[in-house]
Design a protein around this ligand. Structure first.
Ligand code: NDP
Ligand code: 8X3
Length: 257
């Protein structure tokens, strides 16, 4: 049965979708466990949200590329908050836009370590606690890059296709238990994503030039909605794009002059 104040863990809560989801969910009364490598950011967010909404918020450092780090963060979250109901496996990134012929080893490894292995670790470490809680929901953040591919996106698209396989597998494995499984697949959204990917402000800005892209809050709203629906309703996958982006791989994007 759904608790009065479900406990939600968010990985990658220091910016973008994760931070925006924390803000919306805190306003709705959820208790939160917020993790990221930039722990000072999640600590500041936790203080702000607990003061503003009177909700319990735990913040801790986590690097999802490291099993011991994930295990520590999950254990500390459960100890602080008493249980764990919902997991938003959001931490992820893209690095570079090089074709496969010249993709840098450190870039493709960063994407696969974070977007695939990091999500497996997060799901595996949290699953016993979510099961024990008796009411749960796993949400993963995929991408339109999990539905289509584009030149220069080989490793990123591969990672998001893999994430889709993981999420769909988890749904099969949890069928019959009181746990829902949802994947949210955004298109172009303005967060720190493009800066992390391109390491250049001008190039990052150019991604969204003339476009009204999704904002982090738009994706967070999808998260909030999927969780808030009645228990028998499972949103399997949401593809959410801005109106200006008609194709999954960005080939048809309306740009104003
Ligand atoms: P941001 O760069 O704003 O946020 C990414 C978050 O992931 C940060 O909080 C970052 O925290 C965290 N993170 C990255 N690596 C790790 C790690 N090893 N361990 C823990 N946390 C990590 O980008 P978005 O909010 O846009 O990205 C969130 C997710 O959405 C990603 O999975 C991304 O692939 C996906 N996505 C983004 C789209 C977009 O256009 N923006 C579209 C579709 C999907 P820190 O650096 O502090 O660790
Ligand atoms: C991010 C969207 O189009 O850069 O997942 O791959 S895209």
């Amino acid at each position: 049965m759904r608790p009065e104040h479900p406990v939600v863990m968010i990985t990658g809560a220091s910016s973008g979708f994760g931070e925006a989801a924390a803000r919306l969910l805190a306003a709705d009364g959820y208790a939160l466990a917020l993790g990221a490598r930039r722990v000072e950011r999640v600590r500041a967010l936790a203080e702000e949200l607990s003061a503003k909404h009177g909700v319990r918020v735990f913040a801790g450092a986590v690097d999802t590329r490291d099993t011991a780090s994930v295990d520590r963060f999950v254990a500390a979250s459960v100890e602080a908050l008493g249980s764990l109901n919902v997991v938003l496996a959001n931490a992820g990134l893209a690095r570079g836009v090089d074709p496969i012929a010249s993709v840098l080893e450190e870039d493709w490894q960063a994407m696969l370590h974070t977007n695939v292995e990091g999500v497996i670790r997060t799901l595996k470490a949290t699953l016993p606690h979510v099961r024990k809680s008796g009411w749960g929901h796993f949400l993963t953040i995929g991408s339109t890059a999990g539905h289509w591919v584009y030149e220069g996106g080989g490793a990123y698209c591969a990672s998001k296709h893999a994430l889709k396989a993981l999420t769909r597998t988890l749904r099969l494995e949890l069928c019959g238990e009181p746990i829902r499984v949802t994947e949210i697949d955004p298109g172009m959204a303005v967060t720190e994503f493009s800066m992390v990917r391109l390491q250049d402000e001008g190039k990052a800005d150019a991604v969204y030039r003339g476009v009204e892209p999704l904002r982090a809050e738009d994706v967070a709203e999808c998260v909030r909605w999927a969780i808030a629906l009645p228990d028998h309703v499972n949103i399997d996958e949401i593809i959410v794009k801005c109106r200006d982006q008609a194709s999954h791989n960005g080939t048809k994007v309306h740009r104003r002059a």
